[in-house]
Design a protein around this ligand. Structure first.
Ligand SMILES: [Zn+2]
Ligand SMILES: [Zn+2]
Length: 768
């Protein structure tokens, strides 16, 4: 009997060889009908044929499809046979039946790499842009859905007759190129171009060999990749790395190192099985891993840190460059200046990077979306995403509860991402960055507009942070005027807590520990060390770090000596503070030394108060002489964590917890005082660093256990930018074990502000 079905597939189904696979399979079973891409990123399949054949077809498709195809949902509906005479790949439709995942960028696959390294393959040997249905740039080159060549940057390259034949006929080179939208080769694909930093084109037959020669000679080169430009240089030469630091005006911020393969990487950092899996995954993030003592990487690549950010090539271009170098690894850091967005076109590269680099290796595959490298690390043994971008974005995350109206979430201001949300899906943008610059704010605006347009969002509710001074909040209100839309604001740490809860599908009342630098609190103070009891759209502050003044507001983060003064002044008089600063040689951490320290002391009474973990860790880091100034986000806390490696617990330290008003208060002032006494009595820096962080974690655990006993839910959700700290998390985990509670760190979003838009969207699902 002839039957017919219509199936809609949702997941990663466009740009991954879905249509050709279905076509080949349908032909195999004698099934007629069609497959087509749809405007929401979904795929529609219509099949008709003998009942048994139809079922076998569906069965084989579900069990045997190529691994690049990810199916999250599908709906099968009975239909009436229409008498098709064959199975066809139809012209795509702009109609949206259901929204699907926009495919993320994937690292070059083994087959494509093999072609590039095979001298017997004249069209693809050393072809820097080789890719296939299962690998290559996707999101970075998409202008609009459906994912068809004319809607991507590939549109400017007309396939040569050979490529066209591969596209038309699966017999030529199999499913990898059949219907592959980016099909191209050395004769018809994008081309490399080498320029001086003044924009003068250097004539050369082999730009890759030329660039390698320049780098080996010590030049600094901007290299255009998938989602932006990198800055590349020798990682083994101190002078070169220092010159790059000076030019980039980055005295200490770590640079990432790209290594040819896992073998080369294993000479630089300690790689266990899990690290290997992440390093070689199609996402190919930068992975922060422990440095090996005999690593050949210059100590100036990540000064003062115990970890190196390492990643593997994800395009043929990267691979070919690294392969030809002597070292087989290179500095490969973001092509940006200050914290501005990474450059994505040649004008930006010449205008902004021209002063940093000596040469630019450019190509003509246009970048439609800036996509930074993703960054991950292991925290107390668990994989945590620090920056969620290439390879991960724009995968969506499903909420445990549905939204009845679409939502646009504006996130927060640092290392942030925004989001759009529809039904139960939250689509976070790629990593946008810090909103300190108008360029970054413009990028957020542009990406949110793109996602709203692509997913055809109508009549949205806008959600932003409760902090009225945030730039993201300002943008949110500007959109509200433009769209005449409703705005809802969410407290920063409430959103952090809900972000982790959403990631774990938590729907009950729960306890959360949210730890970060500062976030706007209900009392107008700068929160950041909080134990919350969260019940959907409401929360109660169960405990927090002791309030201390944050003299000079943001200046206290930039010059963390200010926080040392703040803590010291809680247990000693002004003259003693000055004397101890002198004795510990900390006055050099203030641009105007002692005079400024005295001004800071007078500011204390009128300063905003903070309970932020970041500010506490900053103060301890300065006290131990690790970071006297913050030159990149989180620097003092990061060096403090690095300094604790190998440290052990100092006996006699005690953290007291008291009750004030309705909350439990963790006494960080006395913890700081104990650290200072240990420092003055000559204890080892690593031991003090370890003890303070670990005991801080234990104290949070004690408060959280109390809350768990009241609430009954044994899962404790931990978020905020400081939730990546090994020792705080280690101490917290150990204490939670005592009350049989489990620590839950976010798995698919960063614990910091990069994941906060998810929490904001989840917040609204409790109303809408
Ligand atoms: Zn491939
Ligand atoms: Zn070609």
């Amino acid at each position: 009997m002839v039957t017919a079905r219509k199936i809609h597939f949702i997941g990663i189904v466009q740009g991954v060889g879905f249509r050709p696979y279905v076509k080949v399979l349908a032909d195999k079973y004698g099934i007629k009908g069609y497959v087509r891409n749809m405007g929401g990123g979904e795929v529609e399949v219509f099949i008709e044929g003998d009942d048994g054949a139809v079922n076998e077809f569906i069965h084989e498709f579900m069990n045997n499809r190529p691994r690049a195809i990810y199916i999250e949902e599908y709906s099968i509906t009975e239909d009436v046979p229409r008498g098709f005479s064959e199975f066809k790949i139809l012209e795509s439709s702009n109609n949206v039946e259901a929204i699907s995942i926009i495919p993320p960028d994937l690292a070059i696959c083994d087959e494509c790499l093999r072609e590039v390294l095979d001298p017997g393959n004249p069209r693809r040997y050393r072809y820097p842009f080789n890719s296939c249905s299962y690998c290559g740039p996707r999101f970075a080159v998409i202008d609009s859905l459906p994912y068809d060549r004319h809607n991507t940057s590939w549109a400017s390259f007309k396939p040569c007759p050979y490529c066209q034949r591969e596209y038309d006929n699966p017999v030529i080179s199999g499913l990898r190129r059949y219907y592959y939208q980016g099909v191209s080769c050395g004769s018809c694909g994008p081309r490399l171009r080498l320029l001086t930093s003044d924009g003068e084109v250097i004539e050369t037959r082999d730009p890759i060999k030329y660039v390698v020669k320049l780098i080996e000679e010590g030049s600094i080169v901007a290299i255009k990749g998938v989602g932006g430009y990198h800055i590349s240089a020798l990682a083994t030469n101190d002078d070169v790395v220092l010159r790059l630091r000076e030019k980039k005006r980055r005295p200490t911020q770590p640079f990432a190192v790209m290594a040819l393969d896992i073998y080369v990487a294993s000479k630089l950092v300690l790689i266990n099985d899990r690290a290997r899996d992440v390093l070689t995954s199609p996402q190919r993030p930068i992975v922060l891993l422990p440095k090996l003592p005999d690593s050949p990487v210059s100590k100036y690549v990540s000064p003062g840190l115990d970890k190196e950010g390492v990643f593997l090539p994800y395009t043929a271009l990267h691979y070919l460059i690294l392969m030809d170098t002597r070292d087989k690894f290179l500095v490969m850091t973001s092509g940006n200046i200050h914290d501005q967005p990474m450059c994505t076109d040649i004008n930006c590269a010449l205008r902004k990077l021209g002063k940093v680099v000596d040469y630019v290796l450019d190509h003509d595959l246009r970048i439609a979306h800036r996509v930074d490298d993703s960054v991950v690390r292991f925290t107390d043994g668990e994989l945590v995403i620090i920056r969620r971008s290439r390879g991960y974005a724009p995968m969506w995350i499903k909420l445990p509860t549905k939204l009845r109206r679409p939502v646009i979430a504006f996130g927060a201001d640092l290392q942030m991402a925004g989001a759009v949300a529809i039904n139960d899906k939250v689509i976070l943008t790629q990593y946008i960055g810090d909103l300190d610059y108008v360029e970054t704010l413009d990028d957020l605006d542009k990406e949110l507009r793109w996602f709203s347009r692509t997913y055809r969002i109508k009549d949205p509710v806008l959600v932003c942070d409760a902090n009225p001074a945030y730039r993201s909040t300002w943008l949110c209100h500007r959109w509200a005027e433009e769209l005449n839309a409703e705005v809802v604001s969410v407290y920063h740490h409430h959103a952090h807590a809900l972000s982790v809860a959403a990631d774990w599908n938590e729907t009950d009342q729960f306890v959360a520990v949210t730890i970060d630098g500062v976030g706007y609190g209900v009392d107008g103070m700068a929160w950041g060390g909080e134990v919350l009891v969260v019940d959907g759209a409401s929360f109660n502050r169960y405990g927090h770090l002791m309030y201390v003044p944050m003299p000079g507001g943001d200046l206290a983060s930039l010059y963390p000596v200010r926080m040392v003064i703040s803590y010291m002044s809680r247990f000693m008089g002004d003259e003693d503070v000055i004397n101890y600063l002198r004795r510990l040689n900390l006055l050099r951490g203030l641009p105007n030394g002692e005079i400024e320290a005295r001004v800071v002391l007078r500011q204390l009474g009128s300063s905003i108060m903070t309970s932020g973990v970041g500010r506490f860790l900053d103060a301890v880091s300065v006290l131990l002489g690790l970071s006297l100034r913050r030159t990149y986000e989180g620097e003092p806390a990061i060096t403090l964590e690095a300094a604790a490696r190998g440290g052990s617990l100092i006996n006699g330290f005690k953290v007291s917890i008291s009750r004030a008003n309705k909350s439990l208060v963790i006494d960080t002032v006395s913890l700081f005082e104990q650290a200072m006494e240990a420092m003055l009595s000559g204890a080892k820096v690593s031991d003090i660093a370890y003890t303070t962080q670990y005991l801080l974690g234990r104290a949070f655990g004690e408060v959280a256990c109390d809350a768990v006993r009241e609430v009954g839910n044994r899962n404790v959700y931990v978020g905020g930018g400081a939730a990546v700290n090994d020792y705080v998390i280690g101490g917290l985990r150990e204490e939670l074990r005592r009350c049989n509670a489990d620590i839950k760190l976010p798995r698919r979003v960063p614990p910091g502000d990069g994941g906060i838009a998810l929490g904001q969207a989840y917040y609204l699902s409790h109303f809408l």
